[in-house]
Ligand binder design. Structure first.
Ligand code: BT5
Length: 286
């Protein structure tokens, strides 16, 4: 089993046998580690749920406190953005949602995806230095997706009522655990780290990183997060194509705007800011 401290010694490209990859998750240890914290002071755990985001939304509507966490071993309807699905094999990965009640305008809520992306990437990097963030909501290892973030919002009169921050991280999955169409686009952290990942350690590290960056964002604003995020971005300087709600943009990525948009120099030399979309890197990550 690889702990973050072992990273340099253990990093390799060797795949991990799927048969060795059922590592128990100790919710008691997570609760103990987060007993005095804001994010994870209350942890709900389910063996199988439709979606941890759905369960967290329900809990939030019923009054769950800021920082309440939902974790499941598997999801029957794990979801991504725009109705896409999130592949959620049992007992191998992390499927987690957090109820947040930030004092924010609803229009600022998408910044939380970037804040969470930074925290997830920093955590993954405790196990492998090959991880990077891909705008807006992915964490990649060697160009393949290891984690995705889904931020859902409930607002009233332009203010956030609550946000559900959903995070899925592939930990102990081997290539053959993914459906065929994802095999060359998805990766498990164990595949990069070269050994089975301690899911309990990963989860506690992630929650503490998330709290650190979330508090920093609330205290100092997105300006404090932006340079850290840019430092881990895999897109800066790359030629990309972006599908933004059916409109296509092609250009070279300049960086992140102050509002969290992705700034591009398009083929006509104009600067364009994209607020939402799916990015394809034209020449790959090599
Ligand atoms: C995302 O959407 O990447 C957000 C994923 C959020 C999942 C978490 S799990 C806990 C919480 N509860 C939920 O129900 N959701 C959240 P998007 O950018 O739209 O990417 C979705 C696409 O990623 C799919 O269409 C697939 O191509 C790919 N994909 C699906 N499952 C994957 C996996 N396990 N690993 C890597 N890629 C995957």
């Amino acid at each position: 089993m690889v702990f973050p401290e072992d990273q340099n010694a253990r990093e390799s490209h060797s795949p991990v046998s799927a048969a060795t990859a059922h590592v128990p998750l100790s919710i008691e240890d997570i609760r103990h580690a987060r007993a005095l914290a804001r994010i994870g002071r209350s942890v709900h755990y389910g063996d199988s749920v439709t979606s941890t985001n759905s369960l967290a939304s329900q809990l939030a509507r019923d009054g769950a406190a800021d920082g309440t966490v939902v974790i499941a071993e598997t999801q029957t309807k794990g979801r991504g953005r725009l109705g896409r699905s999130w592949v959620s094999p049992p007992h191998r990965n992390l499927y987690l949602s957090v109820v947040l009640r930030p004092p924010l305008a609803a229009s600022a809520a998408p910044l939380l995806t970037l804040v969470a992306g930074l925290a997830v990437a920093e955590t993954v990097r405790e196990w492998t230095s090959r991880a990077a963030i891909k705008w807006p909501n992915d964490v990649l290892i060697d160009g393949r997706k290891v984690a995705g973030i889904l931020t859902e919002l409930e607002a009233a009169e332009g203010q956030v009522s609550f946000v559900i921050l959903g995070i899925g991280v592939n930990l102990n999955v081997a290539a053959e655990d993914f459906p065929l169409e994802l095999r060359d686009r998805a990766i498990g952290l164990c595949m990069a780290a070269g050994d089975v990942i301690d899911r309990t350690a990963f989860t506690t590290h992630l929650l503490s990183r998330l709290e650190e960056r979330y508090d920093q964002f609330l205290r100092e604003g997105f300006a404090a997060i932006r340079p850290l995020w840019e430092g881990l971005s895999c897109l800066s300087g790359r030629r990309v194509e972006i599908d933004s709600g059916g409109t296509r943009h092609t250009g070279v990525v300049i960086g992140l705007g102050a509002d969290g948009s992705l700034r591009l120099r398009d083929t006509a030399g104009q600067e364009v800011s994209i607020v939402a979309g799916d990015v394809t890197v034209i020449d790959g990550y090599a």
